[in-house]
Unconditional design. Structure first.
Length: 135
């Protein structure tokens, strides 16, 4: 439940450009505890819904969703402890972003922590380079 109007929610600066770039090379999905209509409304407001192949929303634990749909080449990107715990449980690489919901101490279970979009892109590309090119 949101305590403020959903239409007042803005994306962080640079997010749309990053999503465009990632969408060109990867299949993007959202896993959220929020209701699907709320997530869709936020994405539609920013013309970002088309960047995502799937939205997995609601009460299903994030770790269960990851176990069901993710594979060894998937990455969980999140700003909350529940995101990183889900990644760990599902044995998925977790990237914690420090510009969101929780601070560094709460994201300790991340495989890697990043402070900005450039570091996030670098972490993603390093993960795949190591996976596919045996770096």
């Amino acid at each position: 439940m949101f305590l403020f109007p959903v239409d007042s929610i803005n994306l962080f600066a640079g997010s749309i450009d990053m999503l465009k770039r990632l969408n060109e090379q990867f299949r993007l999905c959202i896993i959220s505890a929020s209701e699907e209509q709320i997530v869709k409304s936020i994405l539609q407001k920013h013309n970002a819904l088309t960047y995502f192949a799937h939205l997995y929303c609601g009460n299903t634990p994030k770790s269960e969703t990851l176990k069901k749909y993710a594979d060894k080449d998937s990455i969980m990107i999140g700003d909350g402890i529940s995101d990183m715990q889900a990644a760990k449980i599902a044995q998925v690489y977790g990237i914690g972003v420090l510009w969101g919901w929780q601070d560094k101490d709460m994201l300790i279970e991340s495989s890697v922590l990043v402070e900005n979009h450039a570091q996030l892109l670098e972490a993603i590309f390093r993960f795949y380079a190591a996976r596919f090119y045996k770096i």
